[in-house]
Design a protein around this ligand. Structure first.
Ligand SMILES: O=C[C@H](O)[C@@H](O)CC(=O)C(=O)O
Ligand SMILES: [Zn+2]
Length: 277
């Protein structure tokens, strides 16, 4: 498992492109028949991907890194499938996940594994795992079952729908909050006006992007912004002090996941447009 350390805004503002990418950008989430994992010390979120093609992929790592007897002994995990249909098996119970469906797996689950139904259109399971202190039931949700709200407008190039899967009023968790935002064709901006939430860190994973399209992901303190160029199926870590917003060369979908002090989706500190530098 790769490790990323937490960062200080005074230090980050000195970073060049290579260093920004090294600390915050996660270029590879999906490798055939493998599990990719990055543990960030920003609230100890684990960001990863499982791409089972011909083989079953298991949720496992060197347990010395977590200091426990099994992966979810003191953790919970949110899983969203961004590929073809697949199955997540949690302690013997199989959950079929179609494209853009979510499964929350609670703390204490000993064995989690991933399979695809069709090797020519494999499932791609995007993962966010946070430390947990309480057991909550394993629950699946479809897009229709998620809380949703339309935001933005075509006129502002940010007509989009936000789906909330795991949050205060949705699937219950210890601290993980997770959902997905779909931009309509012709809309390219997410999360502008921007916000921060010093109570929670966040990670974004961009997908549904054409091969040659990019998203300029914006980060940094509102008066010290930087960008990271993102390609399809890549993730980026946003420290709690940072804005997280993006503008694409086409429309796209992204998954957001948060960990921290509360699970209130609406608890954001808005950044006024005149503060941005
Ligand atoms: O804290 C919440 C997250 O940053 C996202 O949900 C914002 C988002 O999906 C959007 O505005 O498009
Ligand atoms: Zn946010």
């Amino acid at each position: 498992m790769e490790r990323r350390y937490a960062s200080h805004p005074q230090e980050v503002k000195q970073f060049d492109t290579a260093r920004l990418r090294k600390e915050f950008h996660i270029p590879t989430l999906f490798t055939a028949d493998k599990l990719e994992l990055v543990l960030t010390h920003e609230d100890r979120l684990i960001i990863g991907g499982a791409l089972p093609v011909r083989e079953e992929v298991k949720l496992e790592t060197d347990l010395k890194e977590l200091g426990v007897g099994f992966f979810l002994e003191r953790r919970e995990i949110g899983i969203i499938n961004v590929g073809g249909t697949g199955t997540v098996t949690a302690d013997g119970t199989a959950y079929e996940l179609n494209h853009k469906e979510c499964l929350y797996v609670g703390m204490g689950t000993k064995e989690v594994s991933f399979t695809s139904h069709d090797p020519h259109n494999p499932a791609k399971f995007y993962l966010n795992s946070a430390p947990a202190h309480k057991v909550f039931p394993t629950v699946k949700a479809t897009l229709e079952e998620a809380d949703s709200s339309a935001l933005g407008s075509f006129k502002n190039s940010n007509d989009r729908v936000i789906y909330r899967f795991i949050h205060q009023n949705g699937i219950q968790s210890s601290q993980l909050v997770m959902g997905m935002t779909l931009l309509k064709e012709g809309s390219i901006w997410n999360t502008m006006p921007a916000h921060t939430h010093p109570r929670r860190m966040e990670a974004y994973m961009y997908f549904d992007l054409p091969e040659d399209a990019v998203v300029f992901h914006l980060m940094g303190q509102p008066s010290e912004t930087r960008h990271i160029v993102m390609r399809n199926e890549q993730a980026v870590i946003s420290p709690s002090w940072s804005i997280h917003s993006g503008v694409g060369t086409s429309n796209y979908t992204f998954i957001w996941g948060m960990a921290g002090d509360n699970k209130k989706y609406d608890d954001m500190d808005p950044v006024s447009m005149k503060e941005l530098q």
